[in-house]
Design a protein around this ligand. Structure first.
Ligand code: SAH
Ligand code: SF4
Ligand code: F3S
Length: 455
């Protein structure tokens, strides 16, 4: 009997990547096999709604899939994630070949539902409810082999949803209210991962600093959770994302100086450098607070690498407001940043705000900000030359040299991309740790020489 086949396509953040990886494993455990887009019986599209562009990509993808689906009426599409939550049953109305729409709390029910839909040639389902509490989802870990797309690394969800309702953001509407997971479940999952050879764990949530503070929490704070996970024997690297500056506790800052496993890097979205804009965004902190956090973090961990998210052209942002963003970015000296043009999202407060900024102005500001960031990134990378770094290898580098050696790419503890050469006959290094002496800094990555054997 030929087995059922699937293909997963993912847009959006780490949470979607993580949900998609779970889904692939869960389907595989039920006897499904992965297949290319043009052959799979079911195409699962995991969607992102954070800005207009990723939302539009979903519609153009579904348009593109029409031809395959019409040529093969036994195939169908399942749409999940944030746009699915936002648009819901309208996907069923608009696209005859979409037979399943599932929201962000319903991923756990998808494998069973896909089995049912694939076995019955007809029927269409919408799974869109938000759960009261952290949704149950079977742990499906492979007996051996990688547990994520990056060997040696794993991502662990510690909460769902967000209660912040920043004025521009659709996430609270499409991911629901904040629901913390039980600390014991998080720690048990991390322990199981480390037993399978995972070296690096990233704890995931929209606002990890408020872990445990909703009604579903079990009394464990984020700082306490970090301590428990960092204490797992065999775990070399611990990271977390995303941190909200309004909620980061002094104990979390201090953890950077105390917990050996906690990596010296933090993504701390600033969004804007002007107090007026931060207030209009409803972020709940001002620049004095933000700079105070930076100071505290550097006191606890002097070489901490800070990265951030920035929005340009929020409604009402003046040239002077924007100049303050440039100024703040320079003062902090971020290693890297993700910057976005403000994009109207349906149902948010900002969507209804006056004084929208022209697209051309937003584009101009984005270019200025990104060129400043390039300089800062170059400076941070140049400062690494001559140092030794511990690198967790991810994969072969995209560009290979002409020689016999293979060029590998990984990340150091600060999160910087490091490339180095290693003899081909040594086999696969992905998932291994290597000490590398940094010799040159490129625009976005470092190159160096391995010192000693990988382990
Ligand atoms: N929970 C995270 C971020 C989630 S969304 C946090 O609080 O930081 C990722 C990033 O997308 C945000 O940090 C923000 O910079 C950007 N973003 C969110 N909504 C946006 C919008 N409407 N327009 C442009 N950028 C947006
Ligand atoms: Fe969106 Fe703000 Fe929640 Fe982040 S904290 S997900 S930016 S509402
Ligand atoms: Fe996008 Fe949803 Fe993540 S909107 S950024 S996939 S939480």
């Amino acid at each position: 009997m030929s087995s059922k086949t699937f293909h997963v396509m993912t847009f959006g953040c780490q949470m979607n990547v993580h949900d998609s990886e779970w889904l692939s494993r869960a389907l595989t455990a039920r006897g499904w096999t992965e297949a290319p887009e043009g052959e799979a019986q079911v195409i699962v599209v995991n969607t992102c709604s954070v800005r207009e562009k990723p939302e539009q990509k979903v519609y153009s993808l579904l348009g593109r899939l029409k031809a395959i689906m019409e040529a093969h009426p036994d195939r169908f599409v399942a749409v999940g994630g944030c746009v699915a939550q936002q648009i819901g049953r309208n996907f069923l109305a608009r696209y005859p070949y979409v037979r399943l729409v599932f929201g962000t709390d319903q991923t756990g029910r998808v494998p069973e539902e896909l089995d049912r839909l694939a076995e019955h040639g007809e029927g269409r389902t919408a799974l869109l409810d938000f759960e009261d509490g952290y949704p149950a989802q079977d742990a499906v870990l492979p007996e051996d082999g990688p547990v994520s797309h990056l060997p040696g690394q794993a991502f662990v969800n510690i909460m769902k949803g967000c209660d912040n309702f920043c004025a521009y953001c659709i996430v609270p509407y499409v991911r629901g209210r904040q629901k913390s997971r039980q600390a014991a479940d998080v720690v048990a999952e991390c322990r199981a991962l480390v037993q399978r050879g995972v070296r690096e764990i990233t704890l995931l949530g929209q606002n990890v600093n408020s872990f445990g503070l909703d009604k579903h929490g079990d009394g464990t704070s984020f700082a306490q959770l970090l301590e428990q996970v960092a204490g797992i024997e065999g775990l070399t690297r611990l990271r977390f994302t995303t941190s909200h500056p309004k909620d980061i506790a002094p104990e979390v800052i201090e953890a950077f100086g105390r917990l050996d496993a906690l990596c010296p890097s933090l993504h701390l979205p600033m969004q804007a450098g002007s107090d007026t804009v931060l207030k209009a965004m409803g972020r709940g902190y001002d620049m004095q607070r933000y700079m105070g956090l930076v100071e505290g973090l550097r006191a606890a961990c002097p070489d901490i690498a800070l990265t951030t998210d920035l929005i340009v052209g929020f409604p009402g942002e003046t040239d002077e407001d924007f100049r303050q963003t440039l100024d703040a970015v320079e003062r902090v000296g971020f290693e890297s940043s993700f910057s976005f043009m403000y994009s109207d999202r349906p149902g948010t407060r900002a969507e209804k705000m006056p004084f929208k900024i022209d697209r051309a102005v937003k584009g101009e500001r984005l270019i200025q900000l990104q060129s400043l960031q390039e300089e800062l990134t170059a400076k941070a990378l140049a400062a690494s030359v001559g140092r030794e770094a511990e690198v967790l290898v991810e994969s072969r580098s995209k560009v290979q040299g002409a020689g016999e050696d293979i060029s590998w790419r990984g990340r150091d503890r600060h999160g910087r991309v490091v490339n180095f050469l290693w003899p081909e006959e040594a086999g696969d290094l992905a998932g291994k740790l290597v000490r590398v002496r940094i010799e040159t800094a490129k625009k976005h990555s470092l190159w160096g020489k391995a010192v000693g054997e990988p382990w």
